[in-house]
Design a protein around this ligand. Structure first.
Ligand SMILES: Nc1nc2c(ncn2[C@@H]2O[C@H](COP(=O)(O)OP(=O)(O)OP(=O)(O)O)[C@@H](O)[C@H]2O)c(=O)[nH]1
Ligand SMILES: [Mg+2]
Length: 251
């Protein structure tokens, strides 16, 4: 199945070339037809230019946005920019936290026809987290657990997944904050989901963009999803088929 995986970037010059090479090698080795879509928000460190320079050697294209517009809106814009013939759409981080070798496994799982959503998971057997202090692990588990009533997926905050394009048809995705995986898992029409284990690694190059605002955005996102699911509040956001997407929070 043709696939497009979106990698949002902001100041990822230190590792983006190696990640693109790693993914491209995996696609050749596994006979997978997957394009890489990097969505760069005019990174001051030149990430976008590095990606452009690789486009004639690797299956990669860069969508350039004018400024830092947020991770989730980046993924949504990337899916809009993806070649239309891709049946599967995905997302992963640029900082090697997400194990690239899991991408072919996710694609194969979706190709089997049994599943509509494949999620890279730290919280199923075989998955885990390297080098995180106890406090950060606990925060992550609490964040996931807060979303469990909304989705059957245990690890919903890491943003590493592929989904059938058809599952997103007409679905309004709220671009608030960092947690696009939760938005998809709670709203898309994917049927069965599978979690594929991987071991999360902390970023080794570049800087973390996680801050207090992201935590408050996450709580706001949860509140909106619960209001829609359990109290009939209207769903917010934009579909991937129409409209311009700008800003972290269009609603
Ligand atoms: N295009 C775009 N990408 C972003 C933005 N914010 C973060 N990213 C990218 O989204 C991915 C996840 O961001 P990270 O900074 O790794 O966030 P995190 O994983 O929660 O935190 P750390 O791993 O500790 O840095 C990375 O590839 C970032 O470069 C943004 O505003 N725009
Ligand atoms: Mg990261």
């Amino acid at each position: 199945m043709k696939s497009s995986i979106v990698i949002p970037t902001y100041n990822e010059a230190g590792g983006i070339a190696r990640l693109i090479e790693t993914l491209a090698d995996l696609f050749v080795a596994n006979a997978i037809d997957c394009e890489i879509v990097v969505v760069d928000d005019n990174s001051p460190d030149g990430t976008g230019g590095i990606v452009d320079a690789l486009a004639d050697r690797y299956p990669v294209r860069c969508l350039h946005r004018p400024g830092k517009l947020g991770l989730s809106s980046g993924v949504i814009d990337g899916w809009r920019f993806a070649r239309p013939e891709s049946t599967l759409l995905g997302a992963m981080d640029a900082d090697f936290s997400h194990d690239a070798t899991v991408v072919p496994k996710m694609i194969r799982a979706l190709e089997s026809g049994t599943y509509g959503l494949a999620v890279g998971s730290r919280y199923v057997k075989g998955g885990g987290i390297e080098n995180w202090p106890f406090k950060r692990k606990l925060t992550s588990i609490v964040a996931c657990a807060m979303a469990w009533p909304l989705t059957p997926i245990r690890d919903i905050t890491s943003g590493f997944f592929l989904v059938r394009r058809s599952a997103l048809a007409g679905v309004e995705l709220d671009p608030i904050g960092f947690k696009i995986g939760l938005e998809v898992a709670a709203k898309a029409k994917y049927g069965r989901a599978i979690e594929i284990p991987y071991v999360f690694k902390d970023r080794v190059v570049g800087e973390s963009k996680l801050n207090g605002k992201e935590i408050s955005n996450y709580l706001k996102q949860l509140r909106r999803l619960y209001a829609t699911r359990f109290f009939g509040a209207p769903s917010r956001g934009r579909t991937i088929a129409s409209g311009a997407m700008t800003g972290e929070n269009s609603a």
